[in-house]
Design a protein around this ligand. Structure first.
Ligand SMILES: [Zn+2]
Ligand SMILES: [Zn+2]
Length: 347
């Protein structure tokens, strides 16, 4: 027995010494770097023949959590790739998920709060340098022209620098510019023979307009709420959907934050945290409506506040069914075409 323990200890020591040598020598470092770069630059194919939904941001602006970017949902099919909101931090998540930015077809915005649009310039750049050749289409309700005109003006110098530096053959100047695509709430925002993106008017008052989106593709469907209270119109439009990603506010997590901030006389924050209660959906108000609408899977994103750790997630989920998912950044939902299966994976 002593001999066996001695052998195991010796083996562990040898492995530790070898790892230290690899980590601290130029040759060892270069070998590790080579492996990491090959993993980074190899693009995994879209394996699913239906809808793939990737969470590229699950946070609201409330709460600090470096593991959660602000609102962003990626939807991929074999033919298309769209983003739904691109909050701060989400461009990094898109890189981590190794999504095929060069074939990005467009971005849909639910409304124009900063936590839904701040990532637009970096998404424009990432998709441009990875091969997108046309304007980046950005779809939204009235207000979209103001947002896109502003970004285009702010980044006009940046566009010029990059074209001058790398050449217009590599970086076509038109592709550095975003193009506003306006629709009215409730209208079909985009459609081809296989896929339909329908906008749904929601209630994020006093912010208006605000829309959710329903995406239908080969017998599968996903609804993305954006920011809203529990809205009958959303559940009517989401009838029978496979997956509902809904924003959610947790009173069990938010109320103690308000109480402590008030007790410690933190300026402004207690009032802001109280103001948000009436324009996001209370996490307790959605499960029954989801079941009534025949929606198969409810998942919460745009978490208010964004839980910073596992304990906070437990508090956030208090009172919820174990079937309801609190999503994580990079979580992926695969919905094969003409099926009822949903495969969920973390990366
Ligand atoms: Zn909002
Ligand atoms: Zn928001």
């Amino acid at each position: 027995m002593t001999k066996v323990l001695y052998a195991i200890a010796s083996l562990v020591a040898v492995v530790a010494v070898l790892a230290t040598i690899v980590y601290n020598t130029a040759a060892g470092q270069d070998a590790i770097l080579d492996r990491a770069l090959k993993a980074q630059f190899s693009q995994p194919p879209v394996a699913v023949d239906g809808l793939r939904v990737v969470v590229c941001g699950s946070a609201s602006p409330l709460g600090n959590n470096p593991d959660r970017a602000q609102a962003c949902i990626a939807v991929l099919t074999p033919e298309h790739f769209f983003l739904f909101d691109v909050g701060a931090g989400s461009p990094s998540r898109l890189g981590q998920a190794r999504l095929p930015m060069g074939r990005l077809d467009g971005v849909f915005l639910t409304h124009f709060h900063s936590d839904h649009i701040a990532g637009l310039p970096d998404v424009r750049l990432a998709s441009w340098v990875q091969g997108r050749k046309q304007n980046l289409a950005v779809y939204g309700p009235p207000g979209i022209n103001t947002v896109i005109d502003g970004f285009n003006l702010a980044y006009s110098l940046d566009n010029g620098y990059r074209v001058a530096h790398h050449g217009s053959e590599l970086l076509p100047p038109a592709a550095g510019v975003m193009k506003a695509e306006l629709f009215q709430p409730g209208e079909i925002a985009w459609q081809d023979e296989l896929m339909t993106v329908t906008s749904i008017e929601v209630d994020h008052s006093p912010i208006s307009p605000a829309v959710a989106y329903r995406i239908d593709y080969r017998g599968r469907s996903v609804v993305i709420s954006g920011d809203t209270v529990a809205t009958p119109g959303l559940f009517a439009a989401a009838q029978g959907a496979d997956l509902l990603l809904h924003d959610a506010l947790s009173r069990p997590l938010l109320d103690p934050m308000i109480a402590v901030a008030t007790e410690l006389n933190v300026p402004v924050i207690p009032t802001i945290m109280t103001d948000v209660i009436d324009y996001h959906a209370d996490s307790q108000n959605l499960e029954a409506r989801t079941a009534e609408a025949g929606i198969k899977q409810l998942a919460y994103y745009h978490l208010v506040p964004a839980p910073p750790n596992a304990l906070a997630e437990k508090i956030f989920a208090r009172g919820l069914s174990p079937e309801t998912i609190l999503v994580h950044d990079l979580q992926t939902f695969d919905l094969p075409a003409n099926s009822t299966e949903i495969f969920i994976s973390d990366r």
